[in-house]
Ligand binder design. Sequence first.
Ligand SMILES: Cc1ncc(C[n+]2csc(CCOP(=O)(O)OP(=O)(O)O)c2C)c(N)n1
Ligand SMILES: [Mg+2]
Length: 614
Amino acid sequence: MIKTVRLTMAQAVTRFLSRQMTEIDGKQVPIFGGVWAIFGHGNVAGIGEALYQVRDELPTFRAHNEQAMAHAAIAYGKANFRRRFMAATTSIGPGALNMVTAAALAHVNRLPVLFLPGDVFANRLPDPVLQQAEDFSDGTASVNDCFRPVSRYFDRITRPEQIIPALNRAMQVLTDPAECGPVTLSLCQDVQAEAYDYPESLFAERVWTPRRLRPDRNELAAAVAALKGAKKPLVIAGGGVLYSQASDELAKLVQGAGIPVCETQGGKSALPDDHPLNMAAVGVTGTSAANRLAEEADVVLAVGTRLQDFTTGSWALFKNAGRTIIGLNTQVFDAGKHWALPLVADASEGLAELSAALKGWKAPSAWTDNALKGKTDWQAAAAKVTASTNAAYPSDAQVIGAVQRAMGSGVTLLHAAGGLPGELHKLWQAGAPGSYHAEYGFSTMGYEIAGGLGVKMAKPDQEVVVMVGDGSYLMLNSEIATSVMLGLKLTVVLLDNRGYGCINRLQMATGGANFNNLLKDSRHEILPDVDFAAHAASLGAVAEKVASIAELETALGKAKKTDKTTVLVIDTDPLVSTEAGGHWWDVAVPEVSSRPQVNAARKKYEEAVGSRQG
Ligand SMILES: Cc1ncc(C[n+]2csc(CCOP(=O)(O)OP(=O)(O)O)c2C)c(N)n1
Ligand SMILES: [Mg+2]
């Protein structure tokens, strides 16, 4: 007879989650950092009661918005290089669907998070329950089906014993570097409360260590041959380098072979910004140093990157017609993209084996020297745009310069949407791996503050600096109150350019009229003049509006010394962005229009599309 324990399905879930462990720096720690929860009728009696039972081993955190709490959970997973993660539970209906955007964010960025939304009654007897959508033709449909396309694994639990294989599969997905992404276990609310005799073995402590695949011999040989034949090799470092914690192996390979490196948004901080071979940002928001090399490169070793359009300049960046791309990636789907030579492996293992096989081989020194010179030129251009100013409306770049001078490279900097991602990708001088936290896979407005909270939970001893536009702030700011409540300090720098500055600039670049982006160009009776400092103060933060770059630096100096969440607001110019560096991005311009500006933009667009390689 196997030993069993009688628990509700929800109690089985929380007990199981509390027993899953991992090893960090030789020490065993729980793999789940906690559970975010907003309760409603769909989870308070089931999962809510079960979370209370394990509150000492598996802490529960309360938030103000389900999307935001999911952002915090996802940021926690990212800041932990996917080695630890969190769960998020909601009621049914609106509470559940508030997490769907966040699920897509995690799906796009390949980040681990466990969603536990409540679902309708499996027995259907009280139907329709509060917040249940009724499908006239499909009795099995529930609004939680919206999670299916944005979950790496989705399951609906309609009987208590189904949770046994579902939890097994959930852990596989959350801990596998190739499959990694959001898992949704949609928990029917009546079943949460149903008891079952679960085998005790389900609740044994398990230790999960990351799988590190070594390369296939043939793929490795092909990659080595391609690199040895290269005259102009270039490495693109993506987020996979960080998740694999492969920075040392990357440095070893490129220093040994004299190969310049450039970084995607997800990969920035793979090497410190001041590493001589780090050409920094590549692509649409790239530096001149990196993009010049990318245009000429004959062999591109793309490590741990999805090669999204911002990285490849919508596939117009790599202009060398004979170029070969090597895709070093744990995921086959990414490794072979765009006819790349696949090298399916963990980044660290793959780089180590490439280093060993390339020992003694060096890229032509003219190529490496050319790269070093390009970096110096870029640094001079960047210093100019980030220098201090007395302007009443400084640029985003000038604010970035102030934050960098005041906070140094030792902080973790976080951003997600608006004009900031492009400027920070180019201009922020990142320090240690993971110190630059960009959510630019989904670029979700409103990720910033909640994401900062998740990073602070993962790195409580780190100074976490969130940079956010007025648009993103207004979309989702509620977790400032949670950061105050939990004593998790954030320093938030809010750039108020009175509207959606970057989309307004994109609108103008595509020939459009200034329309519906900046507040002044939007239909209004009264032009809003939002007092962001008063708003942030009302949520419990220390808040101040500064009048200049100099005042911002002073205020940041003060913020560094306090342990309270601080929000600093500065007015900025919506029309300026950094022209240096950068690359074309494919945004389709209307083929016909009564506006001559659109027709002119279309002409330029067609020329750019025509120059795309492959
Ligand atoms: C949830 C969401 N909605 C819409 C967009 C499209 N979008 C990208 S940036 C942006 C404007 C952001 O405004 P703000 O935060 O003020 O930054 P700014 O562009 O002014 O720098 C919009 C609407 C998005 N990325 N995310
Ligand atoms: Mg704005």
